[in-house]
Write a protein that binds this ligand. Structure first.
Ligand code: GDP
Ligand code: MG
Length: 423
């Protein structure tokens, strides 16, 4: 799908004249790619309309670079789809905050509660966990086990059956113990949905959370919008966490959740373990993931601009290492990943429209030189991802292009940058 979008843009770039037909064909391709990535159709329609409005070919002054304008509009709109427009509430260390987790059973709430607590604990916070799930047998034990592993205090009850009472007692107790991050895990049973939402409303009213986080499984696809909206209607959802990004999800559902809750994705879950949890920041040009996204999906030609951004985001001492490796032709995405300290690229990318996780199997494409991909490996990826061999080949071609561009980079040698490349 990454291929589809960049192919569409390339076709447009190759056209001699940019007219409405070229633009429409390009948009049609992109629309298709997004729909296949499970992005909700009205979001795709909006994007289509917005781009058409921005790129009004008849009204563009002569001499303007239409291709660039279209590429920029497409990129901006893709960014906007994951941008809730406002940041979520961020708890402050040392001030007691209550954070309530909601989401359907199996979405990963209990696991994610502990990951969230552990993440903050490592940064010097004093988190605590409250189990307000009285529906699922063993819910308290599950949370307690996780909490014990990370040495995080946990409150719950085997006797009490009222989740509101437990939540209130737990929050009060941990406030008294001066915990600065009190996390309330809730039930998420599928049956009796109305009762679930009513329960969420009551727990929320009683504990007055500073932040409600909606947890969704990345694989739910088109169902994400309704699910997120249903929670949003009963409690004030302020942030989204997408779990199981390590699986083979298409990730389009994350966009729907953002749209339905008007809340940003703040973390992603990338595995079952406590530390398989990453901050997600969507702001273009502020996160290194987005630079890669930009380069990858849009096949952007402006490599010196790309390098400028790298200079901005990478600490000086690491720049020289990166540049040296690059100039030795030793560039792998794995290396880039280490140096930029970004999350696993495929997981982040797969979350974005137009990029399919299935085409980027973990630990294969993202860590290897595409040149050494042999036929059986390609077949294996194709089989594993349910794709045509042809599609995998196209994806690899895309990769190779980026890879060779990277190798041929000329590094801008300006101002403070001089002396960076040692050879
Ligand atoms: P809850 O019902 O919403 O509380 O969901 P749980 O936290 O019990 O998680 C359901 C299952 O999903 C468990 O087996 C978790 O180990 C698993 N899980 C949660 N988050 C992730 C993730 O990011 N990646 C993977 N692979 N599994 C996860
Ligand atoms: Mg649970």
């Amino acid at each position: 799908l990454g291929g589809s979008i960049s192919r569409a843009l390339h076709q447009m770039t190759n056209a001699t004249v940019i007219d409405d037909k070229v633009l429409n064909d390009c948009l049609k391709e992109i629309t298709r790619a997004l729909l296949r990535a499970d992005v909700q159709s009205n979001l795709v329609d909006d994007m289509h309309t917005n781009i058409k409005n921005i790129v009004n070919l008849q009204h563009l002054a002569a001499g303007l670079n239409k291709r660039k304008i279209i590429q920029q509009a497409v990129f901006d709109e893709l960014c906007k789809m994951l941008d809730a427009g406002k940041p979520s509430f961020t708890p402050k260390k040392g001030k007691s905050s209550v954070v309530m987790f909601v989401g359907l059973q199996g979405s990963g709430k209990t696991t994610t509660c502990t990951k969230y607590a552990y993440y903050h604990q490592k940064k010097g916070w004093k988190p605590a966990l409250v189990c307000a799930d009285t529906f699922r047998a063993g819910a308290f034990d599950q949370l307690k086990q996780n909490a014990t592993k990370a040495n995080i205090p946990c409150y719950g009850s085997y006797m009490e059956s009222d989740p509101v009472k437990i939540a209130v007692d737990g929050v009060e107790r941990f406030k008294n113990e001066n915990c600065d991050l009190i996390i309330v895990d809730t039930s998420g049973r599928h049956k009796q949905e109305a009762a679930l939402f009513e329960e969420m409303r009551r727990v929320s009213e009683a504990t007055k959370p500073d932040l409600v986080i909606f947890v969704m499984d990345s694989s739910i696809g088109q169902a994400a919008f309704d699910q997120a909206q249903a929670f949003k209607q009963s409690v004030a959802v302020g942030a989204v966490i997408v779990t199981k990004m390590d699986g083979h999800a298409k990730g389009g559902g994350a966009l729907s959740a953002v749209a339905a809750t008007k809340s940003p994705v703040i973390f992603i879950g990338t595995g079952e373990h406590m530390d398989e949890f990453e901050v997600f920041d969507v702001k273009p040009f502020h996160s290194s993931e987005y630079l890669i996204f930009l380069a990858f999906v849009l096949g952007m030609g402006d490599w010196s601009g790309f390098m400028d951004k790298i200079h901005e985001v990478i600490p000086m001492d690491q720049q020289s290492e990166l540049l040296q490796k690059l100039s030795e032709g030793n560039f792998t995405l794995k290396l880039f990943q280490n140096i930029l300290k970004m999350g696993p690229i495929s997981q982040v990318l797969s979350m974005l429209p137009g990029v399919s996780a299935e085409l980027m199997p973990k630990g294969q494409l993202d860590s290897s030189n595409p040149k050494i991909m042999n036929e059986s490996r390609i077949m294996r990826i194709a089989r594993g991802s349910g794709r045509q061999v042809r599609e995998v080949m196209e994806m690899l071609e895309e990769y190779k292009k980026i890879w060779s561009k990277m190798k041929g980079l000329k590094f801008p040698n300006k101002g403070g940058m001089s002396g960076l490349s040692r050879n």
